[in-house]
Design a protein around this ligand. Structure first.
Ligand code: NAP
Length: 288
């Protein structure tokens, strides 16, 4: 028996694709805790009841994913600077008095998967982002920390995405932020990194598709970077064409593990080992 007990969960809808349980249960075991990470599918109309359930059932904390990352703000008593800035939270700590503290570890995850050498190249550079949803907000905050000079968004629905882009322009005045219809993306020769922030390429969604055609990936500079936030499959079509044309890939799976690692540290004060978490997920992928 251990006195290190923890009860964690993930809320979102749908959750069938989530790897978080594997990563967090590996962290629980590796750091000598007794506990669980429960997958609690929660539709938007059930969010209030789910919050009550989490408060009444001795949870220490939980992760939040689509579609609750923004609406969860209504239930937070305290937020970290990142949540405050981008209005989206993915990690909640439940304090002994049952108050909720909200954090955003996607930004930490996004930046941590970028190597020191790549960060150096991104300073004062131009980045292209496909899609302008919740994850794109976290990426822009991460890129602002890395000193990126210009961000070009390519989106399918200009009108819908303009609100996010205007919000980001207001928050990050040090970055030139442009927005274009995705058909206008033809050449990336002035772009240091391309980031996919759409679900295009995801298993059980659009695995055969890619957000950017191979002939456009080819136009990135020789040291260009392709960062795909999609983590299932690990090697998306986008990542495959990046590798084929000698560009540097960054895997969404690494971002996912880093954000999970940080969340565990927020809940417990202990940072699990990244490699252990990665091995756990890779073993799972090999077996499934
Ligand atoms: P989101 O808020 O729903 O935003 C998705 C964005 O993609 C929106 O701009 C949406 O455009 C666009 N989009 C959706 N389907 C598209 C299509 N068929 N063609 C072109 N654009 C399309 O989702 P999110 O939270 O930003 O997440 C985006 C992706 O990142 C998901 O696959 C998610 O799993 C992944 N993610 C990974 C990590 C990680 O740790 N690796 C962390 C967070 C998110 P509209 O506005 O027109 O719908």
């Amino acid at each position: 028996m251990t006195d290190k007990k923890i009860k964690l969960a993930l809320i979102g809808y749908p959750l069938s694709h989530s790897y978080s349980k594997i990563i967090q249960e590996c962290a629980i075991k590796a750091l000598g805790y007794e506990g669980s990470y429960d997958i609690l599918e929660t539709k938007p109309e059930d969010l209030v009841d789910r919050i009550k359930y989490l408060k009444l059932n001795n949870y220490s904390g939980f992760n939040v994913t689509i579609p609750h990352k923004v609406p969860i703000a209504l239930f937070l008593d305290k937020v970290d600077d990142m949540t405050d800035c981008i209005g989206s939270s993915n990690t909640i700590k439940i304090l002994p008095d049952k108050t909720f503290s909200g954090y955003n570890t996607d930004i930490y995850g996004f930046v941590s998967a970028i190597s020191i050498e790549q960060r150096r190249k991104l300073n004062s550079s131009t980045v292209a982002i496909i899609g302008a949803g919740g994850a794109a907000r976290a990426c822009v905050m991460g890129l602002s920390k890395l000193g990126v000079k210009k961000i070009n968004f390519y989106v399918r629905n200009l009108l819908k995405s303009k609100e996010t882009v205007d919000f980001l322009r207001e928050k990050f005045k040090n970055i030139e932020i442009n927005i274009y219809q995705n058909q206008f993306l033809k050449d990336l020769s002035d772009t240091q990194m391309l980031v996919n922030c759409t679900p295009l390429g995801m298993r059980n969604h659009s695995m055969d598709l890619t957000p950017v055609a191979e002939n456009i990936i080819k136009t990135l500079p020789p040291d260009g970077i392709v960062y795909d936030l999609v983590y299932n499959p690990m090697k998306t079509n986008l990542i495959k064409s990046a590798i084929k044309h000698g560009k540097t890939p960054i895997y969404g799976l690494d971002m996912l593990i880093y954000q999970a690692q940080k969340a565990f540290e927020i809940w417990t004060g202990e940072l699990p080992n990244f490699d252990k978490l990665k091995i756990a997920i890779l073993e799972y992928l090999l077996e499934n």
